[in-house]
Ligand binder design. Structure first.
Ligand SMILES: [Zn+2]
Length: 116
């Protein structure tokens, strides 16, 4: 049995695997994506509690990685700068996508229309 790739999820409508949410999308409270296979709009609403925890976590990681980032930029040490960004992405993105992946629902049409 193949392992489910990290942060990926199944489409609630057709059951096929969908790509994970993007970095920017997964940092939103409500992440949205279209199914690659059937085209259904899938969304994940973390709710205020879990979203607050995610933001707190992201800000904590940011607080730790911002120091080498700024020092790297000031000293023109681009390797240090790139490493700081890589550490931030590596710590925050998987957490955010996994939170969203455990929470996906099919978005129905009425909901989309009333939102507009
Ligand atoms: Zn689908």
């Amino acid at each position: 049995m193949p392992l489910i790739p990290f942060g990926k999820f199944r489409c609630p409508s057709c059951g096929s695997y969908v790509q994970r949410f993007s970095m920017i999308n997964s940092l939103r409270r409500v992440a949205e994506k279209k199914c690659n296979s059937c085209g259904v709009k899938i969304s994940s609403d973390l709710g205020l509690g879990r979203y607050a925890l995610l933001l707190l976590y992201a800000h904590t990681v940011l607080a730790v990685t911002i120091v080498p980032l700024v020092l790297g930029m000031a000293g023109r040490k681009w390797g240090v700068t790139a490493a700081s960004v890589a550490v931030f992405v590596a710590l925050v993105w998987p957490t955010a996508t996994m939170l969203h992946a455990s929470n996906v629902t099919k978005r129905n049409r009425e909901e989309r229309e009333t939102k507009g």
